[in-house]
Design a protein around this ligand. Structure first.
Ligand SMILES: [Zn+2]
Length: 254
């Protein structure tokens, strides 16, 4: 998760177990506007075999619980928007029904994916194969609910996507504007609050220098415009404001 940052530094922020595993969340974001949208959907409930054990996936709580707590049924979701298609973001896009068939998890939703990310997921290479699972996204195309977007487009009034690259070539963040305020769902550009610091870039990022550039640009903008930033994988802080404090970048939890 922290790439070139030595463990002696990161373990102060993220204590690990004996196998170097740290606590991480998978936290989609629901946006209600002219339509109801969910951004990413976590790892989902399909079995993941060895991967579950490797990452010690905690299945005590799932989208079923969190949607219910938010008072939302899967049928109410109009749009599912993907930051990218890695298994920990797109796993919840599909489910296996009692007949063993894969189907979209949100029965009424259109699923929006960036075309470059789709192409990459359909043709993974040696370094990305382990994090893409066709079962998470291929059934969307087969069900006719997939919508590919090419650019930094508006998804619905007040919501637009912006390519960050870095983590994957076509990884995108989401900007949400409402009542004169702006929020950003930054996905794996800054997965946790520890990643607001420039050199804290995950080792699995395919293009770390692009992550750095996108992050530097965004953090400046976030501070200037007082953007509420959502941290998808942070185990404790769902969202906060990035501030400069004594020359250090910090997150003030919202
Ligand atoms: Zn991720």
């Amino acid at each position: 998760m922290f790439g070139a940052v030595p463990k002696s530094l990161w373990e102060q922020q993220a204590p690990s177990d004996a196998r170097n595993r740290i606590a991480l969340a998978m936290r989609p974001l629901v946006v209600r506007g002219t339509r109801t949208m969910i951004i990413d959907a976590g790892i989902g409930d399909k079995p993941h075999g060895a991967l579950s054990e490797r990452f010690s996936v905690d299945r005590a709580r799932s989208l079923d619980h969190t949607l219910a707590e938010a008072g939302i049924t899967p049928e109410e979701i109009d749009i599912v928007l993907a930051s990218h298609l890695h298994f920990d973001h797109a796993g919840g896009f599909t489910v296996r029904d009692s007949g063993g068939r894969l189907r979209p998890r949100f029965p009424r939703a259109q699923y929006i994916v960036r075309r470059g990310e789709w192409d990459e997921a359909m043709h993974p290479h040696a370094r990305s194969r382990a994090v893409y699972r066709a079962d998470d996204y291929l059934p969307l195309a087969e069900a006719g609910v997939l919508q590919l977007v090419d650019d930094d487009v508006s998804i619905m009034p007040g919501v637009r996507v912006r390519r960050t690259g870095g983590h994957t070539m076509h990884h995108q963040m989401v900007l949400i504007e409402s009542g004169g305020t702006t929020a950003a769902f930054v996905g794996d550009m800054m997965p946790t609050t520890a990643h607001v610091a420039d050199p804290w870039i995950a080792g699995c990022d395919l293009y770390p220098m692009d992550t750095l550039g996108a992050k530097q640009q965004f953090v400046k903008e976030a501070a200037e415009k007082n953007i509420l930033v959502f941290f998808e994988h942070d185990p404790a802080i769902a969202a906060g404001y990035v501030r400069e404090q004594d020359g250090k970048r910090v997150v003030q939890p919202a």
